[in-house]
Design a protein around this ligand. Sequence first.
Ligand code: DP6
Length: 327
Amino acid sequence: MRAKAVANANIALIKYWGKREATLKLPDVGSISITLDDLETITEVSFDASLTEDRFVLNHDAQPHETARVTGYLDLIRSMAGIETRALVESENNFPTGAGLASSASGFAALAMAASHAAGLELSPEELSVLARRGSASAARSLFGGFVEMRRGQLDDGSDAHALPILDQSAWPLGVAVAITSRVRKAIGSTDAMEQSALTSPFYGPWVSNQETDLEAMRRAIGQRDFEKMADLSEFSCLKMHGLMLSTNPGLVYWNGTTVDCIHAVRELRAGGVPVFFTIDAGPQVKAVCLPDARDQVTRTLRDVTGVHDVIETGLGQGAKLIGDAS
Ligand code: DP6
């Protein structure tokens, strides 16, 4: 009863922020993302009859404070599989955790795949995506590679709130440069923060009601491989989401000064004819997405911004998969 899976991080181009139901983690809006290469979580799950409680080890360190969340998640899988056995969960991220690099997305996608296989469940890709969503809604997207859409869904049980692939990564290769502007763990996690936005931001209603227009336009831009359109729509969605965060009470400010300097640097490049745009999640890192030939120049430019610690270069990657021998 052991399985190991790898899943990549993803970044949303049309952002998800807000839930229609918290327990099942049902999003209030659909979203569209790209799955990245290289930024990965590898997770091994071993159900072991000799254990009296679950154990969670992240990057070789036991995580007693995070174990309750993992146990809650494993309980879901145990009830689906009709087992009670406790598990050892060993996870490794090859990028900073909790700093706006979507570690929960790759983390829960890898955990959903490894734990469900270790428990003997045979789930369809959509069912696995639903299961990953129960950990973190953005994780539902990391099951698939390339361009991915997460459906808001209509049903109360959440069975239609899952991701689906839109376009394979090889059909439209892109470059990504992630500027690391801080290595500090974020003060307020997305789950609590988005709940506050839904409760207090005067812009929350319009955010939700305008989302379908943005999703439709982005589907078209991807279908037509229209980079300029994709760039405009992505920056619009990102800045709208941060507007929502800023208008939450108390206000959510995830950026630092370097984040803003990176935005300007990317905009200057684009004004000079370089095919690139920025997007930012619930953290201070800036993700610049570009056509592959522009990546070296984008990386050099971001490295030169004062305050940038490092720039991680990557591209589009594949969906989650099982690795190694299961038993
Ligand atoms: C800003 O998926 O981390 O990255 O569903 O509560 O676990 P929960 O939140 P999470 O939120 C991600 C928000 C975002 C935008 C996005 O990825 O679409």
